[in-house]
Design a protein around this ligand. Structure first.
Ligand code: UDX
Length: 436
């Protein structure tokens, strides 16, 4: 099928490349000339496993092209909206200016019968407002939220847990759903559940899913606080809870909490929209979820300060990790970098390392020290903080090797990803998050 993808950021670039890889003819459109030039040359503008290979293969096959011209969307049967919906400046709501601009720019090139499929995360009610904007074009709007995780974006796009399509309950809506079914025919044939809903439900699913995940993480982090106060171990607690299949072990990883370009902004936008709808009370708990999350960063900082005897001024601290999670170079709302910035604010001599995110971190926080080399970061450190659970730190770094480099054997495991017994046995003072 011929399709356009409007917006070639994280979501759009991956979606475009993934759609080309399953045989569709795709044009990715973005206003950013540099981004388009990079993508046309087969270069991913961000770190994402498998994406470079997919881009190269798509471009080589001739099925994947990129452009800055909206006119190139003309003639496509499906137009995916994949632009960003960041948090507005000075508030919690989502900024819909890019969605509005994409739709306004696309309208002149739509033909009757085209399907416009929204993928961006938007406040419930956005799609219904867009339906009337599209009315004269004869195109049909559906909402097809995306649940991809960074670091797993290609995998999640090609083999999603489920596909959700919201449409209006009329003939045009039914035809549009049939078109979307054809787009994802391969995944559906492989057994991926395909759920057809109304527009509002499809929009709400995405916000609700992120709200649930954020709540699950903050729940276990709240338990970590109780564990700290009572001498219990949150990792063992999570294991024990996780065996209950109604609860499940995933997303019960206690530590310095969630960050990234989605969960934090999405739960805030979700709350803001609920308030607009007069139902702020229904999601009042999400404010607590946010607060618990931010409190864990304070906890990691105070563990370092306490371990160094109450004063970090002038002490050298190796911060292992900058990305908000492994397999990503994304530092948006990264708890890892926040911990580094706070330690630096207390006067520590902070040296940050990360396998992928150093360049992004450097431009956002030039006041921190950086090195690409993990061992260089560890050299002469008075304390070490693990804040992103990359394999390089979690799996490959042994306490013996690290012990030969540092000045002080103090380690704060902000992700509860290390074998505490092994580190203690090697003479380290080990501090986990909610662990004995
Ligand atoms: C998330 C959702 O998972 C995805 O479905 C949605 O489309 C976008 O937002 P992503 O931002 O890529 O995806 O990250 P995710 O893997 O969910 O992790 C989010 C944050 O939570 C990370 O900072 C991670 O370190 C943290 N996290 C995750 C925990 O602190 N504990 C956990 O147990 C799991």
């Amino acid at each position: 099928m011929r399709m356009s993808v409007i917006g070639c950021g994280y979501l759009g670039a991956v979606h475009a490349a993934a759609m080309a890889s399953i045989g569709h003819d795709v044009i990715g459109i973005d206003v950013d000339e540099q981004k388009v030039a990079a993508l046309e040359a087969g270069t991913a503008p961000f770190f994402e496993p498998q994406l470079p290979e997919l881009l190269a293969a798509g471009i080589k096959s001739g099925r994947l092209r990129f452009s800055t011209e909206m006119a190139d969307a003309e003639g496509c049967e499906v137009h995916f909206l994949a632009v960003g919906t960041p948090q507005i400046a000075g508030g919690h709501a989502a900024d819909l200016r890019y969605v509005d601009a994409a739709v306004a720019g696309l309208i002149p090139y739509l033909r009757a019968g085209d399907v416009v499929a929204g993928k961006s995360t938007v406040p419930v009610g956005t799609a219904t407002a867009l339906v009337s904007q599209l009315a004269d074009s004869g195109a049909t709007l559906v909402w097809n939220p995306e649940f991809l995780r960074e670091g797993w974006a290609v995998h999640d796009t090609l083999t999603p847990d489920r596909l959700v399509v919201g449409a209006e309950a009329d003939g045009a809506g039914e035809r549009a759903v049939a078109v979307i079914r054809e787009v994802y025919a391969e995944a559906i044939a492989a057994g991926t559940p395909f759920l057809v809903t109304d527009l509002a439900t499809a929009e709400l699913v995405k916000g609700a899913a992120n709200a649930f995940l954020a709540t699950k993480i903050s729940f276990i982090n709240a338990m970590a606080e109780l564990a700290e106060a009572s001498g219990a171990d949150v990792t063992l607690l999570a294991d024990a809870l996780g065996y209950d299949t109604r609860i499940g072990r995933r997303y019960l990883g206690a530590g310095i909490g969630f960050g990234g370009g989605c969960l934090p902004k999405d739960i805030r936008a979700f709350t803001a929209r609920a308030e607009e709808l007069g139902r702020g009370d229904a999601v009042g708990f999400l404010r607590e979820v946010d607060t618990i999350n931010l409190r864990r960063r304070d906890r990691a900082v105070s563990l370092v300060v306490d371990a160094l005897g109450g004063l970090v001024f002038g002490r050298r601290i190796a911060v292992l990790g900058a990305a908000f999670k492994p397999f990503s170079d994304d530092i948006r709302d990264s708890p890892a970098l926040d911990v580094a910035v706070r330690l630096r604010g207390l006067g520590a001599d902070v040296i940050v390392t990360d396998p992928a995110a150093i360049e992004n971190a450097k431009s956002a926080h030039p006041q921190l020290g950086y090195t690409q080399s993990r061992d260089e970061a560890l050299r002469e450190a008075d304390a070490v903080v693990v804040v992103t659970e990359w394999d390089e730190y979690r799996r490959d770094l042994t306490p013996e090797h690290a012990g030969g480099l540092v000045r002080g054997r103090i380690i704060v495991d902000g992700r509860n990803c290390l074998d505490s017994d092994a580190w203690r046995a090697a003479g380290w003072q080990y501090h986990g998050m909610g662990r004995r």
